[in-house]
Design a protein around this ligand. Structure first.
Ligand code: DUC
Ligand code: ZN
Ligand code: ZN
Length: 472
């Protein structure tokens, strides 16, 4: 055989084109794209379907271990099963640093945990404590692991950096040629609003959004961009939730700054109204930045069309609803001490921040963007894989259908209609914010490095078959 696998007769969607072709795969790599390719040992028909690059989700919180020993429920095994089922074949997750610890002594079993993944994976290294040892000795050694990006938080009690610490991280990244990703919110502004709300007895989930209005995010984004400009270091602003924040990025890009913007699926489909749902249901969509008013999503779509926001990630960060209800304040992703309502549910500031979206990201975006006619197919591919691959050192290997790239392919049925239901899903988290959402456009087969790993929502790969991706 000339090929190990041929995917035949599909409409191939690359980052810039769509055409009808076969794809030939050998040793896990795409070796030919053309009509009437010779036979492969394995043959798959993609007739009447699309063939797209496997998704790259560059922002997922999986199995992060806290200094207290608590671990996120979503493991590399469940999280990557969920990813593959949803058409995502590569993940960039977050390697913790505990404040007051070296990188090495933080979550020391993290890489071992990650080795259970079924999807290919890499990390952004979180920096919470840029001590001289971390900056001068440990960060340079990350390069040898192929970890080429750092993540910093400008808020959250155990994670946030001062402006001075942030500058020291930017400056080290510039020296080493690394990318810096930034969570932009103003900690002190949140604290001030939050204290006022709690003092007034306003503790329901919706007040999470009141404590974190757009201006809190816009100010921090402006500051992060300005300090990056000062140092001359490229950054990506994570999870842009509002048009005014995208405007900051756009202005900086017009000045010639190397600033990129990411948004997440939930900011395009959910609003503050979802936080107002009764019976603590609003807690299911407590995330930071917070959900915004109706109308903000239109501004994000416009910024996506202009290219200001060029990556759509999940920011998958799941906490099961049943657990969050009775276990306040257990997460690093919150602000303030645990406070309970009369019914025993936590006050808004003790609800762990984050929504699960790793499994639904591609299908919800396809429905919103392609099925509803907002974007064309190559734009969908760029937003779900290509652009992140280019930003994070995986260009040519992940995120496109080109000879020499890993054969991460998804056979995608653009006409299939199905309603999202958590009981069909593979994630460990017990709910999805998209429960009952009807999407047109679903993956039918997921191929990772030439191997069929999901067929009709059944996982065929084994735990531990994902590869750590060194990045350029
Ligand atoms: N925001 C979330 O909602 N969850 C994880 C971390 C973050 O910044
Ligand atoms: Zn964040
Ligand atoms: Zn995040």
């Amino acid at each position: 055989f000339d090929f190990d696998l041929v995917v035949r007769d599909g409409t191939v969607v690359t980052s810039f084109d769509c055409f009808s072709a076969d794809i030939g795969v050998k040793d896990g790599v795409i070796t030919a794209i053309g009509r009437n390719l010779r036979r492969g040992r394995e043959e798959l028909s993609a007739e009447h379907q699309l063939v797209i690059p496997g998704g790259l989700d560059p922002h997922c919180h999986i199995e992060e271990v806290a200094e207290s020993g608590s671990v996120q429920e979503e493991t590399f095994e469940t999280g990557s099963k969920a990813a593959l089922a949803g058409g995502t074949t590569s993940l960039i997750c977050f390697k913790p640093q505990w404040r007051g610890h070296s990188i090495k002594s933080s979550a020391p079993d993290y890489l071992e945990r990650a080795s259970r993944a079924l999807a290919d994976y890499s990390f952004h290294q979180i920096i919470t404590d840029p001590s001289p040892e971390v900056l001068d000795q440990e960060i340079p050694t990350l390069l040898a692991l192929g970890v080429r990006s750092l993540k910093v938080f400008l808020t959250y009690d155990p994670l946030r950096l001062s402006d001075g610490q942030f500058i020291s991280v930017l400056s080290k990244a510039k020296q080493l040629g690394m990318m810096v990703t930034v969570h932009c919110e103003n900690y002190d502004a949140i604290e001030w609003l939050q204290n006022a709300l709690l003092a007034a007895g306003k503790t329901a989930p919706v007040y999470h959004a009141w404590a974190r209005p757009v201006v809190v995010e816009r100010e921090a984004a402006h500051r992060a961009i300005s300090l990056a400009e000062l140092v001359g270091q490229p950054i990506q602003v994570f999870h842009v939730s509002a048009g005014a924040v995208a405007d900051e990025i756009e202005r900086a890009r017009k000045r010639g700054s190397k600033v990129w913007g990411e948004t997440c699926m939930h900011y395009l489909t959910h609003t503050i109204a979802d936080l107002e749902k009764p019976h603590f249901e609003g807690a299911k969509v407590v995330c930071s930045p917070a959900l915004r008013d109706e109308g903000e999503a239109d501004r994000l779509w416009a910024a996506i069309s202009r290219g200001t926001l060029n990556v759509i990630s999940s920011d998958h960060c799941g906490f099961s609803f049943a657990k969050a209800k009775r276990d306040p304040g257990s997460s690093a992703y919150g602000q303030g001490t645990a406070l309970l309502n009369d019914d025993g549910t936590p006050a808004f500031n003790s609800i762990p921040n984050g929504v699960p979206g790793i499994e639904t990201r591609m299908t919800v975006l396809f429905n919103e963007a392609v099925t509803k006619g907002r974007l064309d197919l190559p734009a969908f591919v760029r937003l779900t894989s290509t652009n992140a691959a280019h930003l994070f050192g995986l260009k040519g290997r992940k995120g496109d259908i080109i000879p020499g790239a890993d054969a991460d392919l998804v056979i995608w049925d653009p006409t299939r209609e199905k309603t999202i239901n958590v009981s069909d899903m593979h994630q460990a988290i017990d709910y999805t914010p998209w429960e009952g959402y009807s999407a047109k456009g679903w993956p039918t087969t997921t191929i990772r490095r030439g191997e069929v790993v999901v067929r009709d929502n059944q996982i065929l790969a084994k735990a531990g078959t994902g590869k750590l991706l060194p990045r350029a």
